[in-house]
Write a protein that binds this ligand. Structure first.
Ligand code: AP5
Length: 232
């Protein structure tokens, strides 16, 4: 199954993607993470992206779509994709359709996480992640079970993102409203948008997403069963 987790900065896309990859045969494709890795490695893409990301702007469509294309090629058809932070513009949404078709895949769901703006600022400015596995934590809402030790991989180093300050977050939100939110109606017309109340506790948001995936699997089963009985 290929899904998009869509939502503004701090909506919980990364948090939920991390959960899904632990429980399903799925891989998180986060263009933000890919770009941060490129910045860290000082690659040509990283050098181009660094300043844009620090200001909270959007990196060029060509760059992020090429990153996604390469990841899909590398992971093969048997693993589901969780698109996290991509697509972010109408051009990227069209490019994703082209890329998926080229890889013989199709988009199953766009899961929109809905959260109000002041909550988002609060979440993003309190966020920190495990420096080893990337698990996401928060100064108030999600501390590691043992102080200073990652729940998932037991690493003891954590980091904060340079773009997680209030001014940049507000700019990232404005970019989301202007360029990303307008791609939703196109997916609504295709009947693949599912909305989740992202203001709920993390575990309840997870449960709602799991329910969407479970319903999808139930719906897919009769079709598969009738195909196999027709063959037998
Ligand atoms: P990116 O890395 O994609 O950042 P973002 O979209 O701004 O989203 P975030 O990672 O900030 O938030 P999230 O929704 O993952 O929230 P999280 O789960 O961490 O992009 C960064 C930059 O890269 C962009 O600004 C742009 O410059 C560039 N870029 C990336 N992709 C691009 C593209 N396609 N095109 C062009 N440019 C691109 O949660 C946040 C915090 O809240 C955490 O601390 C978490 O523990 C907590 N939390 C999560 N859920 C809950 C909950 N339900 N209740 C309470 N706390 C919660």
């Amino acid at each position: 199954m290929d899904i998009i987790l869509l939502g503004p900065p701090g909506a919980g896309k990364g948090t939920q993607a991390h959960h899904l990859v632990q429980h399903h045969r799925m891989r998180q494709l986060s263009t933000g993470d890919m770009l941060r890795a490129a910045v860290k490695a000082n690659t040509p893409i990283g050098l181009e992206a660094k300043g844009i990301m620090e200001r909270g702007g959007l990196v060029s469509d060509d760059i992020v779509s090429a990153l996604i294309d390469a990841e899909l090629l590398a992971m093969g058809p048997a693993t589901g994709a969780i698109f996290d932070g991509y697509p972010r513009t109408a051009v990227q949404a069209a490019e994703l359709d082209t890329i998926l078709a080229r890889h013989g895949r199709k988009l199953d769901y766009v899961i929109e996480l809905e959260v109000d703006e002041e909550t988002l600022v609060d979440r993003v400015t309190g966020r920190f992640t495990c420096a080893n596995c990337g698990e996401s934590y928060h100064d108030r809402y999600r501390l590691p079970r043992v102080a200073g030790v990652c729940d998932i991989c037991a690493a003891t180093e954590f980091k904060r993102r340079p773009d997680d300050n209030e001014e940049t977050v507000r700019h990232r939100m404005a970019e989301y409203r202007a360029k990303t939110a307008p791609i939703l109606p196109g997916y609504e017309e295709r009947g693949i948008v599912r909305r989740v109340d992202g203001m709920q506790p993390i575990s309840q948001v997870t449960a709602d997403i799991e329910q969407i995936l479970a319903n999808a699997q139930l719906r897919a089963r009769p079709a598969r069963a009738s195909r196999s009985s027709g063959q037998g």
